[in-house]
Design a protein around this ligand. Structure first.
Ligand code: HEC
Ligand code: HEC
Length: 296
C-alpha cells in the first residue's frame, strides 16, 4: 500500500505516521530526526572540511598533511620553552651579578624571579629540617626571626647554604663546642654550676647565686672564647647568644645541662654540589626576605 502526502496513513498503536514502507506486514514509522539536530550535524560536517584545509589533518605515508596554517603545538611549546629559558638565564645572570640585596630589591622582576625559584627550592629541600616557612624546630634554627647563628646578611646566608655547617665540605662553617661533661673537661658539679650560670645569663629568676658565682670564672675560661664574655655569642663560631632566651636546643635546666655535658654540634648539609649558583642565590634571597634578613 502506498503512502500519500495528502492522505498519510496513521499507525493505530502509536498514532505515528508511517513511511509507507512495509515488509511482511510490518510497517516503518516515520520519525524523522529533529530539524535542529540535522542543522548542527551538517554544520559540523562543513566545519570539518574547513578544518582539514587549514589545520593538520590527514595522515600520510611520510608524515601528515600540515594544513595551510602549518600549525604545530610542539613547535609552540618549543618556542615557549626557549623564551622561558632565555628569560631564566637572563634573570639568573642578573641575580649572580647583583652585589647586594638592594640591587635585587630595586629590580621587581628579578626579586620576583628569585623569590619564586627560592621558594620552590626551599619547599623541596629545606622544609624537612627547617619546617614549612622556615619556622624551625628544636635543633633546627628558625630562619624567619632576627636571631642568626652565623649571620643574616645576604652574603652570610648564601655562604651557609652553599657550604653548610659542620658539613664534609672544605669551605663548610666549622666550630665544635666540646662535650665538657662527657669528656671530663668539667666535673658534674661544674656542669651544674654552669647550667645555673647560663640560666642567669638568660635572665632567669630563681637561680642559685652561689652556683653562679662559682661558675663565673669557669665560663670565662671555658666558654667565653665562643660565647663571648657577656654570653652574647659570636657569629664567627656560630655560637648562640645565651642571653636572648631564643634557644636552639631548649632553655630548661635539663636541655642546657645536656648541651654542656654532651654538646650538640648540629649539621647543616652543603648545597653547592646540588644547586647551581643562581638557585643558591635565589634561596639566599628567599631566606633573607623571610623576616630577619640583615643589610650588609
Ligand atoms: C638535614 C637538615 C637540614 C637541611 C635539609 C637544611 N638545613 Fe639549614 N640548618 C640545619 C641545622 C642543624 C642548622 C644549624 C646548625 C648549627 O648548629 O649551626 C642549619 C642552619 C641553617 C642556616 C643558618 C641559620 C643561622 O642562624 O645562621 C641557614 C641560613 C639555613 N640552615 C638554610 C637552609 C636552607 C636554605 C636549606 C635548604 C637548601 C637548608 N638549610 C636545609 C639543618 C638543615
Ligand atoms: C668552640 C666554641 C664553643 C665553646 C668553647 C662553647 N660553646 Fe656552647 N655552643 C657553641 C656552638 C657553636 C653552639 C650551637 C651550635 C650547635 O651546637 O649546634 C653552642 C650551643 C650552646 C648552648 C645551646 C644554646 C641554645 O640556644 O640552645 C649552650 C647552653 C651552650 N652552648 C653553653 C656553653 C657553655 C656553658 C660553654 C662553656 C662550658 C660553652 N657553651 C662552650 C660553641 C661553643
Amino acid at each position: 500500500m502506498s503512502n500519500n502526502k495528502n492522505n498519510p496513513e496513521i499507525d493505530d498503536a502509536t498514532g505515528t505516521q508511517t513511511t509507507g514502507h512495509e515488509w511482511d506486514g510490518i510497517k516503518e514509522l516515520n520519525t524523522p530526526l529533529p530539524r535542529w539536530w540535522l542543522i548542527i550535524m551538517y554544520a559540523t560536517i562543513v566545519w570539518s572540511v574547513v578544518y582539514w584545509v587549514f589545520m593538520p589533518s590527514w595522515p600520510g605515508i611520510n608524515g601528515y598533511f600540515k594544513g595551510t596554517r602549518n600549525h604545530s603545538e610542539r613547535a609552540n611549546v618549543d618556542a615557549a620553552m626557549l623564551e622561558l629559558q632565555a628569560m631564566r638565564s637572563a634573570n639568573s645572570e642578573k641575580l649572580l651579578a647583583s652585589k647586594s640585596l638592594t640591587d635585587i630589591e630595586n629590580d621587581p622582576e628579578l626579586l620576583q624571579f628569585a623569590m619564586a625559584s627560592g621558594k620552590a627550592a626551599f619547599g623541596d629541600n629545606c622544609e624537612t629540617c627547617h619546617g614549612p616557612g622556615g619556622q624551625g624546630a628544636i635543633g633546627y634554627p628558625n630562619l624567619n626571626d632576627d636571631v642568626w647563628l652565623w649571620g643574616g646578611t645576604l652574603e652570610d646566608i648564601r655562604t651557609t647554604i652553599a657550604y653548610g655547617i659542620r658539613a664534609p665540605h672544605p669551605k663548610s662553617r666549622k666550630s665544635l663546642m666540646p662535650a665538657f661533661g662527657k669528656t671530663g673537661i668539667l666535673s658534674g658539679e661544674q656542669v651544674n654550676d654552669l647550667t645555673s650560670y647560663v640560666q642567669y645569663l638568660a635572665g632567669e629568676d630563681d637561680v642559685n647565686e652561689e652556683a653562679v658565682q662559682r661558675a663565673a670564672p669557669l665560663f670565662k675560661a671555658q666558654c667565653s672564647v665562643c660565647h663571648s664574655a657577656d654570653g652574647t655569642g659570636n657569629r664567627m663560631f656560630g655560637a648562640p647568644n645565651l642571653t636572648d632566651r631564643e634557644w636552639l636546643y631548649g632553655g630548661d635546666r635539663e636541655a642546657i645541662k645536656y648541651t654542656i655535658t654532651n654538646s650538640r654540634n648540629g649539621v647543616m648539609p652543603s648545597w653547592d654540589h646540588r644547586f647551581d649558583e643562581a638557585t643558591i642565590a635565589s634561596l639566599a634571597v628567599y631566606v633573607h626576605t623571610l623576616g630577619g634578613g640583615e643589610q650588609e
